[in-house]
Design a protein around this ligand. Structure first.
Ligand code: SAM
Length: 221
């Protein structure tokens, strides 16, 4: 266990990326965390405040509509959506993240699934009324960004919405990631086909004015 919350992720990502493996480090990080020897920096007790706030302000409750959480990690956002009544599916490439989420929430109605955003099952195309993508696309190298972005967008059902939360990069800036935050153009790139931007803002959670993120909403007509 190291002192900084990011240190274990940085160590494992550096090893993985040096072997041209963009995602292998996530599983190793979750395995070490399950053993109590590493910290998952995004493992927070509460759901993402920018998601909670958006759902509240737009009076969004599930009512049995289908939600998908991309790169769900340990399940905090998926559980929140399920509590609001969304029929929620949540996937992650890391088997141990999914196993740990199921163990943390043994009575959960969430359908936790191991899956790869870079190769998602065809039946997820157009299958979800609300798709939530929070800081997963930015955790993948820019070489796979176009594929990851397109695969997120593809999951939104006709009449459905996509909510993207991501770190902010200036146009032309080179990040030594992970993460590789998104430029405005990379946010706009989620709008493919009839998926249209509704609101693209730079938002911060209440009481954290310096913690600014993209919060972008798209709607499929
Ligand atoms: C930075 S974490 C964010 C977790 C969560 N979305 C959150 O907001 O706390 C990125 C997550 O995406 C997962 N992930 C990375 N690449 C993925 C892929 N290709 N397919 C599915 N999940 C992936 C990782 O295992 C990790 O749980």
């Amino acid at each position: 266990m190291t002192d900084s919350r990011d240190a274990d992720a940085t160590r494992l990502a550096t090893e993985s990326l040096a072997q041209d493996d963009p995602t292998g480090w996530f599983e190793r990080l979750y395995v070490e965390a399950a053993d109590g020897t590493a910290v998952v920096p995004w493992d927070a007790p509460e759901p993402n405040a920018l998601l909670v706030d958006w759902l509240e302000r737009h009076a969004r409750a599930g009512g049995g509509t289908r939600a998908m959480v991309v790169g769900c990690g340990l399940g905090r956002d998926a559980e929140h959506l399920a509590e609001l009544g969304f029929e929620t599916t949540a996937f992650d490439v890391a088997e141990t993240a999914i196993k740990t989420a199921r163990e943390r929430f043994p009575d959960s109605p969430v359908d936790y699934v191991v899956g790869d955003l870079l190769d998602p099952p065809a039946e997820w195309n157009g299958a979800f009324d609300l798709v939530v993508e929070s800081i997963t696309v930015q955790s993948l190298p820019v070489t796979v960004r176009d594929v990851a972005t397109a695969n997120v967008a593809r999951m939104v059902a006709p009449g459905g919405d996509l909510l993207v939360i991501a770190g902010i990069a200036e146009e032309g800036a080179k990040a030594d990631g992970p993460p590789w935050p998104l430029t405005r153009a990379e946010i706009d790139a989620f709008a493919t086909g009839d998926l249209r931007p509704v609101e693209v803002e730079q938002a911060s959670p209440a009481g954290k004015p310096n913690f600014v993120r993209w919060r972008a909403v798209f709607h499929r007509g």
